[in-house]
Design a protein around this ligand. Structure first.
Ligand code: CMP
Length: 140
């Protein structure tokens, strides 16, 4: 099915100047960027975005990292976009990510792991709505 998923190119990857290289992988896989913004998240925004992880031991480090610099937030659209993006990203822990995936190639650690992608249809809808008003998503 035609889907939308939320992608975040995290502060480590933005600092490495690989926004374009990562976005090229999305495009080469047939995903279209239908919304995008470069922003520095506030602590409140990062905490709310990652609310499901609030009780996890890594929550504070995760939030500290996500507010440490600007992030590139995109909505990707395409056939099976949610799973396709997860395949492109590779495993959360770059040490476990398959060769040729974004995290294998650009991530340094499980915290600084280059990208975030929605993990299912419900979270994708919620995450897209969290960052983008409908009128800022441009289907084409
Ligand atoms: P992300 O897909 O953005 O979702 C939550 C993030 O928490 C995850 O990527 C990792 O960067 C980070 N994280 C740190 N430690 C862990 C862990 N043990 N399990 C899952 N995610 C973790």
């Amino acid at each position: 099915a035609l889907e939308r998923t939320l992608s975040i190119i995290k502060p480590d990857a933005v600092a490495k100047n690989v926004i374009g290289q990562i976005t090229s992988r999305f495009e080469a896989a047939g995903l279209k960027v239908v919304a995008a913004k470069l922003v520095r998240l506030s602590r409140a925004e990062a905490e709310q975005f990652y609310d499901v992880h609030r009780a996890r031991p890594f929550f504070k480090d995760l939030v500290d990292f996500m507010v440490s610099g600007p992030v590139m937030i995109q909505v990707l659209e395409g056939e099976g976009a949610i799973a396709k993006n997860r395949d492109l990203m590779g495993a959360t822990d770059p040490k476990k990510a398959a060769a040729g995936t974004i995290r294998a190639d650009f991530a340094d650690s499980i915290d600084a792991n280059a990208v975030h992608g929605s993990d299912g249809p419900e979270t994708a809808a919620a995450e897209v709505a969290f960052f983008f008003a409908g009128l800022n998503v441009y289907t084409r």
